[in-house]
Design a binder for this molecule. Structure first.
Ligand code: ZN
Length: 202
């Protein structure tokens, strides 16, 4: 399956000159929500991810996603794995599990995001699951920005990766495009102006 082509066809992988939330500039931007707006595509991607996870033999009781970004991917993955789905959400900046969701002592929980950059949000949500007694058995995402090593890829973990190294990380593809500090951005040097993704029209 050509995951990059699926993202391109869905206008979920944008090419241009972007200002990322970190302040860095990039020629590419992943708008993961776009690839999931067609439920058929979401289902195909989630089934491919579920197949990888099942083949690994990992036992999972529940998929948990941090809101908002991970919700659709997590729900689609839980459907494909035929397990329970819960989510964590930020309340005044801190990750929480609310809405009557319970986590049992020793419950095997797979954290799921749409895209893993450093894995910060997934690990914040994982800490809440652990506090409630759950065991984090793995992390999954549709796309990997290339800072963390995933199963079936030879990309090496970078120092800013926040995922623990002792549990598996599953993703469908690596999207390892360059990021530049604004003063070192070759696109700026060529005279174009960086736009903020998520602003009107993108
Ligand atoms: Zn630039």
């Amino acid at each position: 399956m050509d995951v990059k082509k699926i993202y391109m066809d869905a206008d979920a992988l944008l090419e241009g000159h972007f200002k990322l939330s970190s302040g860095n500039h990039s020629q590419f931007y992943l708008q993961s929500a776009k690839v999931l707006e067609d439920p058929k595509t979401a289902k195909v991607l989630a089934q491919a991810l579920a197949k990888q996870i099942k083949e690994s033999g990992l036992e999972i009781d529940t998929v948990c996603s941090p809101a908002l970004g991970g919700l659709i991917a997590g729900f689609a993955l839980a459907t494909a794995l035929d397990v329970r789905f819960i989510f964590a959400e930020r309340v005044n900046g801190a990750m929480n599990i609310r809405r009557g969701f319970e986590v049992k002592e020793g419950e095997k929980v797979l954290m799921c995001e749409d895209i893993i950059t450093t894995g910060g949000s997934a690990m914040e949500a994982a800490a809440v699951v652990r506090e409630l007694g759950g065991e984090i058995v793995g992390v999954a995402a549709l796309a990997n920005r290339g800072f963390c090593k995933r199963e079936n890829s030879d990309i090496q973990t970078k120092p800013n990766c926040k995922l623990p190294q002792d549990i598996p990380f599953f993703a469908l593809a690596d999207f390892t495009f360059e990021m530049y500090a604004p003063e070192a951005c070759p696109l700026c040097k060529d005279g174009s102006e960086a736009i903020k993704p998520g602003s009107r029209g993108n």
